[in-house]
Design a protein around this ligand. Structure first.
Ligand code: PLP
Length: 384
């Protein structure tokens, strides 16, 4: 089976992990800081905090941004459930802003209209979480303008997007957001096994995130209430978590960062070849509609009609192509329906979902595998 996504592990990656096994540190140690520095420098952000996974990263980022009981958080429905769950962990209420049918990202005009109404009703969000679907940046400059105007914070879910760019700068530089989050799950652009990272230019957020990652504990006497008892002393200042990443994972992630430009170049090459090879199949192909380069985490096409999606999907799976669907609109999940969400909330996201299929897209996809995917898809589109 050719999967829709998979990791690319080199001998250097393996050696980097083995070296950690022989070192003094297994959990959070010096490799964490190396990985954080690499990612922060790569993105042009000042600070980075590595954690156990991107879901944990989103959770503590929401907390550090002050999200709590009764707050409103808005995100895209066309995403993995974690983009919304992070707000629920904090007791916030989630609303979904429909997508733009061209970029599959949260629609700017929809966001603007919703904000105007919310301003009148006194229901403005405290935080908006734009998701860079498939690795293409949302229109962050426009979102930052709206944030300024309506007074909400911005947290980028850039889980798909490390290595992509926007207005000539790397995604994650946080020019237009309080913070951004990356995922290092094996299907993502760069992997650490499991792993996530928050990047930010705000020192206050950075310090707070470090604390939330490790039980809310500090060893800094300057931050303590009262005097420290001695060198052993620590204080728990708030309720944090054990969201630490291990040094094993960080070493893998840091080693992978050496090849990120190669990974992105291959993904971009494959995307360009898909665009040409599938142009006349009748499939609706993804497009780079925003000023920047997609990291091409996913290559998501749409069948011309919803009726064609299932037969195409089943046929590709039967012929050894591990296609997938990204995403079921989050609010259609039973958990979110129980909170009062209903079908029809975001019509564009539902229309897109009914026709979507993600084709194989990963750096190690060989030219031969690529050709066979194209051939099988082309024939299938003629016959179904
Ligand atoms: C993968 C993903 C996450 C969660 O990442 P984990 O590292 O698996 O927790 C969050 N948001 C989006 C958009 C994702 O694709």
């Amino acid at each position: 089976m050719i999967p829709y996504g998979r990791q690319d592990i080199s001998e250097d990656d393996i050696a980097a992990v083995v070296a950690i096994l022989r070192s003094d540190w297994l959990t959070q140690g010096p490799a964490i800081e190396r990985f954080e520095r690499k990612v922060a420098d790569y993105c042009g952000a000042r600070f980075a905090v590595a954690v156990a996974n991107a879901t944990a990263a989103l959770h503590i980022a929401c907390l550090a941004l002050g999200i709590g009981e009764g707050d409103r958080v808005w995100t895209s429905p066309n995403t993995f459930v974690a983009s919304a769950n992070c707000a629920r962990y904090c007791g916030a209420q989630v609303s979904f802003v429909d997508i733009d049918p061209a970029s599959y990202n949260l629609s700017l005009s929809e966001l603007q209209a919703r904000l105007e109404t919310a301003a009148k009703n006194g229901t403005l969000p405290r935080l908006v979480i734009p998701v860079h679907f498939a690795g293409q940046s949302c229109d962050m400059s426009a979102i930052a303008d709206l944030a300024q105007c309506y007074g909400f914070k911005v947290l980028e879910d850039a889980s798909h997007a490390i290595g992509g760019s926007y207005l000539g700068k790397p995604i994650g530089n946080c020019d237009y957001a309080d913070a951004a989050v990356f995922s290092f799950h094996p299907v993502k652009i760069v992997t650490s096994g499991e792993g996530g990272m928050i990047v930010t230019n705000r020192e206050d957020l950075y310090q707070h995130l470090l604390r939330l990652r490790s039980h809310g504990i500090t060893r800094d006497p300057l931050l303590m209430e009262g005097a420290a008892d001695g060198d052993w002393y620590y204080q728990q200042l708030e309720l944090g978590f054990n969201y630490r990443m291990t040094d094993l994972q960080a070493a893998l992630g840091a080693s992978q960062m050496e090849r990120i430009d190669e990974f992105i170049a291959r993904r971009r090459e494959l995307a360009a070849r898909y665009q040409a090879a599938l142009a006349h199949t009748g499939l609706v192909l993804p497009a780079e509609t925003h000023p920047g380069q997609s990291a091409w985490h996913l290559y998501a096409v749409q069948t011309p009609t919803p009726q064609m999606r299932r037969p195409l999907f089943d046929r590709l799976r039967r012929t050894g192509i591990g296609v997938n669907v990204h995403y079921i609109p989050v609010y259609l999940q039973p958990y979110y329906r129980r909170l009062g969400h209903r079908p029809g909330e975001c019509p564009q996201a539902e229309t897109y979902y009914q026709r979507a299929i993600s084709l194989p897209m990963f750096p190690r996809l060989s030219d031969q595998e690529f050709e066979s995917v194209v051939d099988i898809v082309t024939v299938a589109m003629r016959e179904i």
